[in-house]
Write a protein that binds this ligand. Structure first.
Ligand code: C5P
Length: 321
């Protein structure tokens, strides 16, 4: 899908396509701990989360252009991902240009491997990669701190997409403290055909809590067990420590996810949970071999549209080449 603004050029129409390209990649994330606090007056929920960046990457390519234009290929290019100013990449470009005092001139291309509305922060990854790529294309000399500030304006998960690795997230998720994980963790992502809207899942959590169907006002689950397990393992310890307060509302909106979670543990996963606001199922494997086996079994069951074996932590948004 391609869109351009008046005065801009489509990807195929001008010399911009031959201009020097800058390419950046950014990872998907899984929340290995997600404790959701009360709804704040600004419409966001206070969070305590532990993010893990995993090896499913989107690629953003930027070239000189006149005005902004955007092309999306891969996952979501069938229309699920808007290829116009509603896209977070477009907004990232406008925000960085304003911050740097440069014209917002660029041809933007997103090659998506991370599905949209899947609970994997795909849009946030694209925005983070765009910030890094456009900073280089435009020579804005923004510091990593500047980019993190702009990322937080774009969305709660964008600062983490920039940082990568493992991090504790507070506030609405944008206040990050990096965490060490000494070993790679292997996962299988089971991706459903149809996405879930993040605001709808948070809204369902509020509804379930107000109806007394979930514990309310209790202390959020502590982050210590998951942080300790991430540092030193074994997989069974991490499996026991995984938590996600958005799982119950995601299951409420999408009951068939229960079967998907069960299929993952039946197929040998150490544990399975909903990733972020879902509907992706993240299944923890003992090691890489077990992940590949698990992925093969789950792919054969036909429950998921796509099954991907990934590992993390991996770095955040960065230039390629
Ligand atoms: O920040 P982001 O644009 O990703 O958030 C999307 C929506 O998810 C928000 O508008 C809000 O409804 C919900 N959200 C929330 N609390 C958070 C993060 C997101 O309620 N901490």
């Amino acid at each position: 899908m391609t869109a351009s603004v008046p005065g801009g050029r489509s990807r195929f129409s001008g010399m911009g396509a031959e201009g020097p390209a800058v390419v950046a990649r950014a990872p998907a994330k899984v929340n290995v701990h997600l404790a959701v606090g009360p709804l704040r007056p600004d419409g966001f929920h206070e969070l305590q989360t532990v993010y893990l960046a995993v090896s499913l990457l989107d690629t953003v390519t930027v070239r000189p252009g006149e005005g902004l234009s955007l092309t999306v290929s891969g996952e979501g290019s069938d229309g699920a991902v808007p290829a116009d100013r509603r896209n977070l990449v477009w907004r990232a470009a406008e925000l960085l240009a304003r911050h740097a005092g440069v014209p917002a001139d660029a041809e933007l291309t997103i090659a998506k491997a991370i599905p949209a509305a899947a609970g994997l922060a795909g849009g946030s990854a694209d925005a983070a990669a765009a910030l890094v790529a456009l900073d280089a294309l435009w020579g804005t000399r923004a510091t990593r701190g500047d980019l993190a500030g702009l990322a937080a304006e774009l969305g709660s998960d964008v600062p983490f997409s920039l940082l990568g690795g493992v991090a504790l997230g507070a506030g609405r998720g944008e206040q990050l403290s990096p965490v060490l994980a000494r070993r790679p963790w292997h996962w299988v992502l089971g991706i459903a055909g149809e996405g879930l809207s993040t605001p709808a899942v948070y809204g369902e959590l509020d509804r379930l809590r107000a109806a007394g169907r979930l514990p309310e006002g209790t202390e959020p689950a502590p982050t210590e067990p998951v942080l300790t397990a991430l540092r030193s393992g074994p997989p069974a310890a991490l499996a026991a420590a995984l938590t996600n307060d958005l799982q119950a509302p995601a299951l409420s909106l999408r009951p068939e996810l229960r079967r998907a979670l069960r299929a993952a543990t039946d197929a040998g996963a150490a544990a399975a949970l909903v990733s972020g606001s879902g509907p992706t199922v993240a299944a923890l494997a003992e090691d890489e071999e077990a992940a590949l086996r698990l992925a093969a079994v789950l792919a054969g069951e036909g429950i998921f549209r796509t099954v991907r074996a990934v590992q993390g932590p991996v770095p955040g948004a960065r230039l390629v080449g």
